[in-house]
Design a protein around this ligand. Structure first.
Ligand SMILES: [Zn+2]
Ligand SMILES: [Zn+2]
Length: 704
């Protein structure tokens, strides 16, 4: 990996051990030649691994002996461009402690300079135009180093030796607005667009109810929770040790943690949600802002509603001009969009900034390069070289022109970085996904993968296995082999194929897309299926649409929507998943016996759960207990389906519904009580962001 301070580390180690030779980056990685006594060399080799800098990952260390050349000194040689280009681009890295000390040290020449960085920190992936990773190939190329910076850059003993984006107030980028001014505006309740690492944020005072409400109104974001940046997260959330560790990691994701009741945050930051997304400042500019503002800031993606985040200066001013009262921008260009990552302690929800383009291992090695194009929503792609899978950052919903463009330009960079031309493509079976259409247009061998097989394969392969196994895939929507919508599945599968052995009984979605936004329509469809009265006033009118527009869906997400609407939690939603999220919160940790649900042949009668909930509600039972019994009922129904299936004894859990922690924990516990071994996601999101990895695993396995 380049850009993680490895060469200066090797230099220091060799000098300390009085060894001669050289270290250099080449396009395959790092080459070190050392000359000395056997025992010294052994110690050197051991220390290379044991003392490697925090961001360095040694994937493999190969050694060979050569004839001594009588060298006397140890040198760092400047990169050679040739050879096979396989050196990897590092992810963006949060400001390190050494740079922070300089940032707040009045005697330092970079005191309060918002672009301070070094070999251990700073922008990487988001400023790279081409490989290898050298300053000339980044958006810092246009800033010529001053004499002082050049001396540091060329001095192997300096911590900025070949720190490609290094700069200072004399030679580096500049802000478009003074930090003091930005802070005053924020204090006044204004909205400021702030340029970050992979795009713009829209920021305002998180404690100012009116400011947050104005931001929501202008951005067209009604209720979806907003993330908060703060230097003092303990005031806002109760942090478990693993949450704290993630929050402070070099990747600096947004961590979902439980809100404190007394958190000094406006109610409209995360309405109806007991979780709050918090992150620490991760660029010097953020550190200065947070220190001066001395409070929590809403830091939400710089976009309107669900568009991709803005990242180019002029584009941002055009798109965000109607939302922001001011822009805190600068002249270091962002080459590629990379949104903040979002994680829970147990698994990521969005794996993007700080993680991309780092590789994940596959359980088998591909005999030729593969590109898997992913799904449509929460889209990612995946490039496979050997046994490594390189996932793209979060691309967003591919049905927007901006996201589709990012898909193609980021794919070009990945192929260049990995020095591969794809020889095999994998895509979703869906006839209309843009990612699938793109794949079909290429004149290459293509594997079309069923959506839920890809989910199952992603979870299995992420756990290092190839199957066979069972898979419970509880998801929103995926194109099925029979052309209907699947998403409440029990599969028996391996990386080569699958068999659908049980699934939710499909119900019509009255009005198609409209039913996704109005869960009450789905509740009505389920209640009719269960021979229960439908309490919604609009039903007689909407029912007419069943004749023309009511695609069948077996999606588990829709079953949760139905229960949520029935309990009056959410009849209409303003963001995807809202009904289920609020139902989960209603259930909380309330104990309840599961509702029972028949399975006849391969059909799991989800309507039984809705009927039971309806009857309990009519009988006056507590809604929280009903929500709990419903969750337990879903978990029990699929556990029983696994029991009926019998073999194999390993079950993987995937699909967006398994972001529901109660459902995940209950399903897992019940399966384990019946002696099943359970595999879950921990590196990848359970949602559709994992699809490209699953497709890649299946395509890789097909070449074995
Ligand atoms: Zn640093
Ligand atoms: Zn300088």
């Amino acid at each position: 990996m380049q850009g993680v301070g490895f060469r200066p580390f090797v230099y220091g180690l060799a000098r300390a051990g009085e060894l001669a030779g050289f270290v250099r980056n080449d396009a395959r990685g790092v080459v070190i030649e050392v000359e000395g006594e056997g025992e010294q060399l052994d110690r050197f080799a051991a220390a290379l691994i044991e003392q490697a800098p925090p961001l360095a990952r040694i994937a493999a260390l190969e050694t060979s002996e050569i004839e001594p050349r009588g060298e006397r000194e140890f040198m760092i040689e400047v990169s050679t461009g040739g050879g096979e280009r396989t050196a990897l681009v590092p992810a963006d890295i949060a400001t390190c402690d050494d740079c922070l000390r300089e940032l707040f040290d009045p005697s330092d020449r970079r005191y309060r300079y918002p672009f301070v960085n070094c070999t251990n920190c700073g922008p990487r992936f988001t400023i790279i135009r081409a490989v290898p990773y050298d300053r000339a190939n980044t958006t810092m190329a246009s800033f010529e180093l001053c004499d002082a910076c050049r001396r540091e850059y060329q001095d192997p003993a300096n911590r900025r030796f070949h720190a490609e984006p290094t700069c200072c107030p004399d030679c580096g980028p500049r802000l478009s607005l003074e930090i003091d001014e930005a802070v005053s505006l924020l204090r006044e309740g204004k909205i400021v667009a702030i340029k970050g690492l992979g795009g713009y944020h829209l920021a305002c005072d998180a404690a100012n109810e009116q400011a947050v409400a104005r931001l929501r109104e202008r951005k067209g974001r009604e209720e979806k929770p907003l993330a908060v940046m703060t230097a003092g997260p303990e005031l806002l959330v109760d942090l478990e040790p693993d949450e704290e560790a993630l929050l402070r990691s070099a990747e600096r994701p947004i961590v979902l943690a439980r809100s404190r009741a007394d958190a000094p945050v406006a109610a409209s930051v995360a309405p109806g949600n007991e979780w709050l997304g918090v992150m620490l400042p991760y660029t010097p500019l953020h550190h200065l802002l947070c220190a001066d503002f001395a409070g929590a800031l809403v830091m939400t993606s710089g976009n309107l509603s669900d568009e991709p985040i803005a990242f180019e200066n002029e584009e941002a001013e055009r798109r965000l001009g109607s939302v922001a009262d001011a822009f805190l921008s600068h002249d270091r260009l962002i080459e590629r969009r990379c949104e903040d990552s979002v994680v829970r302690a147990a698994f990521p929800i969005r794996r993007s900034r700080g993680y991309a383009p780092a590789a994940l291992p596959l359980p088998v090695s591909a005999r030729k390069p593969i590109v898997a194009t992913g799904a449509e929503l929460k889209s990612t792609f995946c490039v496979v070289r050997g046994d490594q899978a390189f996932l793209s950052p979060h691309l967003g919903d591919l049905d927007t022109e901006l996201a589709y463009r990012a898909f193609r330009t980021d794919l070009d960079l990945y192929l260049q970085m990995l020095a591969v031309e794809p020889e095999l493509l994998a895509c979703d079976l869906h006839p209309d996904y843009l990612s699938s259409k793109w794949a079909r247009e290429q004149e290459l061998e293509l594997i079309e993968v069923q959506h839920h097989h890809a989910h199952a394969a992603a979870c299995l392969a992420e756990n290092g296995e190839t199957g066979p196994a069972l898979a419970i895939v509880l998801d929103g929507t995926g194109y099925g082999l029979d052309g209907t919508i699947w998403g409440g599945e029990l599969l028996r599968f391996d990386l080569a194929g699958f068999e659908r052995i049980a699934h939710l009984d499909p119900v019509p979605l009255p009005g198609g897309e409209a039913a996704m936004r109005e869960p009450w329509r789905i509740a009505a469809a389920y209640l009719e299926r269960a021979d229960r009265p439908v309490p919604f006033a609009d039903w007689p009118r909407v029912r007419e649409s069943l004749k023309v527009n009511a695609p069948l869906s077996a999606g588990a997400g829709r079953l949760f929507d139905a229960a949520s609407a029935l309990l009056g939690v959410r009849e209409r939603i303003s963001y995807e998943g809202q009904a289920a999220i609020e139902l989960e919160q209603l259930a909380g940790h309330v104990e309840s016996e599961p509702y029972l649900c028949r399975q006849e042949d391969e059909l799991i009668r989800g309507a039984d759960l809705v009927a039971a909930a309806h009857d309990d509600l009519a009988a006056g039972r507590e809604r929280a207990e009903i929500a709990a019994a419903f969750h337990e009922g879903v978990a029990l129904a699929f556990t029983r389906a696994c029991e009926r299936a019998g073999e194999p004894r390993t079950v993987v859990l995937s699909g967006g519904c398994f972001q529901n922690l109660r459902l995940l924990a209950s399903t897992r516990r019940r399966l384990e009580e019946h002696g099943f071994r359970v595999l879950v996601h921990h590196l990848l999101p359970p949602n559709d962001a994992c699809i490209s990895f699953g497709q890649a695993a299946i395509a890789t396995y097909s070449l074995r």
